[in-house]
Design a protein. Structure first.
Length: 537
């Protein structure tokens, strides 16, 4: 019973969002209204309606006498909605609480009551909008990208894009026979063309510019660079309306032209971090192209600011995918496009693109990928590039070295909560305990007041060199000397390459490397040069 009270408190502390609904219902609650609320919750992805708790924060248990025969109420809701509803009573010191657990609706099937499909609207209920209904019905519909474009032919496809597809597929699969396959066989084996014609996936990935303008004009990506938040024309604007494989590399190269480096010191070594990681930027663009709704007339927009990328694509997140579960659950809206990108090695077989973006952000101590501005009409992703905490980057480097391998995406996510001083959600309790057991984090306090901090044996806020840092610095310096063995390296060259190392520190490190027989010098002035190996007698 104590455990159920703790769970109830967690619900009461949470925001009343799309998965929770609170009603006081002290004396009673109309059964028909309960049925409609259950339908609305099911249509919105499932959740709980909790009776006997006040609606506004801070919520209090007020007790409810509604539905005393809970088994009969449950059976009645199941009969009306044909959903596996669960219901329970929780005995709280302040009164009885009724919790009705509502599962999500079946894929592609909105739940109706009295001929209407209900959703929640503020404090009340309302019929679902036409747009929401269309999105639900489309969930179980055919894959648009696999459909045949009635008037398109193979002549509408770009030979350069086709050869790029051939080369990428061959390198990814190791199938040498792809090199000599005819265009018709190559595209047929990839399910991009059939006896019925050319698919929309083929046009989107391989189409000529004029062909896309004729058959699917919205299949374009618009890039903008803006040096500030001031409204007005962009500093640079590029419109890509051609097969995606023709411009996928170009758009990253355009982003990388203004990709500043941020620096932090670790021991004797100065490290740099790209404001925009190539893996994250490419993955965000891939997701926008492969998951967007091509029946929507809008375009994909990639907007670059000095410290932020915005990627906006038409159509909301696929059914069942939310910003909260996106690292664990992915559902391709255009499966034929996703399969083709998989053949090219451009997407992960396990669909872990969102994980990659999250992990790279955490490892660089940047804000997590932000989907908060998304709605049912578009996915709005922001990737913030500002490094926030160099000490945390050093901390991660040390525990990764201790673990001997990268951590899981869930472990990185929990560590990011710890970095921000935010208590990890209860659903990550097992991950928190695993990190504590490995002595990567430690807890202070008990219950709801528990605070988590990086373990001090791995976290050093000073950034001062440690013994392992010294060895790493010597190895890095020796590598530089090896790379410049022909012309030799002066003290000035080394200080320029390693600005975090002082002149005296550099001389000491070089003396140690020399004593180990790994390098020697010629000349005694600042013009002297260092070479790898031992001096010849």
């Amino acid at each position: 019973m104590n455990a159920r009270l703790q769970v109830l408190q967690v619900w009461m502390d949470a925001d009343e969002g799309e998965h929770l609904e609170f009603k006081e219902a002290k004396a009673n609650f109309h059964f028909e209204k309960l049925v409609k609320y259950c339908a609305a919750l099911a249509n919105e992805g499932g959740g709980r309606i909790i009776l006997g708790v006040s609606d506004k924060k801070p919520r209090k248990v007020v007790g409810s006498q509604a539905f005393t025969d809970l088994a009969r109420t449950k059976a009645g809701i199941i009969e009306r909605l044909r959903l596996r509803i669960e219901a329970e009573e929780i005995s709280h010191p302040n009164g009885r609480v009724v919790v009705v657990h509502v599962p999500p609706r079946p894929l592609g099937m909105p739940v109706s009551v009295e001929g209407a499909y209900w959703m929640r609207s503020g404090e009340d209920l309302a019929p679902m909008t036409t747009d929401m209904l269309r999105r639900i019905f489309d969930e179980s519909g055919p894959d648009f990208s696999a459909e045949v474009c009635p008037k398109a032919t193979v002549a509408d496809l770009d030979p350069v894009a086709i050869e790029s597809f051939r080369q990428r597929w061959r390198e990814e699969s190791g199938n040498a026979a792809l090199a000599t396959a005819s265009v018709e066989q190559l595209l047929g084996d990839a399910d991009l063309v059939s006896s019925d014609g050319v698919t929309y996936a083929a046009l989107i990935l391989l189409g000529k510019e004029k062909s896309l303008a004729k058959h699917l004009a919205q299949a374009e990506v618009i890039f903008e660079y803006r040096s500030s938040e001031v409204p007005g024309p962009a500093n640079q604007r590029e419109e890509y309306r051609q097969g995606f494989l023709r411009f996928f590399d170009k758009i990253w190269q355009t982003i990388n032209l203004r990709n500043d480096k941020q620096h932090f010191q670790e021991g004797f070594v100065m490290h740099h971090i790209d404001t925009f990681r190539e893996g994250s930027a490419r993955e965000a663009i891939l997701n926008a192209v492969s998951h967007r709704d091509y029946r929507h007339p809008g375009s994909v927009f990639v907007r670059q600011f000095p410290r932020r990328l915005e990627i906006v694509s038409p159509g909301g997140l696929p059914a069942g995918v939310t910003p909260d579960n996106i690292i664990d659950k992915q559902l391709p809206r255009n499966r034929r496009i996703a399969e083709s990108l998989l053949r090219c090695g451009l997407v992960e077989r396990s669909g872990q693109g969102a994980n990659q973006m999250l992990v790279e952000c955490v490892r660089d101590s940047k804000p997590l990928p932000d989907y908060s501005q998304s709605d049912e009409h578009e996915v709005f992703l922001q990737l913030h590039g500002e490094m926030q905490d160099a000490n945390f980057i050093r901390f991660l480097s040390r525990i990764e070295s201790d673990a001997g391998a990268p951590l899981s995406s869930h472990e990185y996510l929990v560590l990011d909560y710890v970095r921000r001083g935010v208590a990890p959600p209860s659903r990550w309790r097992d991950v928190v305990q695993a990190l504590k057991a490995r002595e990567y984090i430690e807890s202070h306090g008990h219950g709801r007041g528990t605070k988590y901090l990086p373990a001090p044996q791995h976290y050093d806020a000073s950034g001062q060199p440690r013994p392992t840092d010294r060895d790493a610095a010597k190895a890095t310096i020796l590598q530089y000397i090896n790379d410049h063995r022909d012309e030799g390296s002066t003290i000035g060259d080394l200080l320029t390459e390693f600005p975090a190392v002082s002149r005296d520190q550099m001389r000491t490190l070089l003396k140690e490397i020399k004593s180990e027989g790994k390098t020697y010098s010629t000349g005694r002035t600042k013009r002297g040069r260092w070479y790898p190996g031992e001096a010849t007698p």
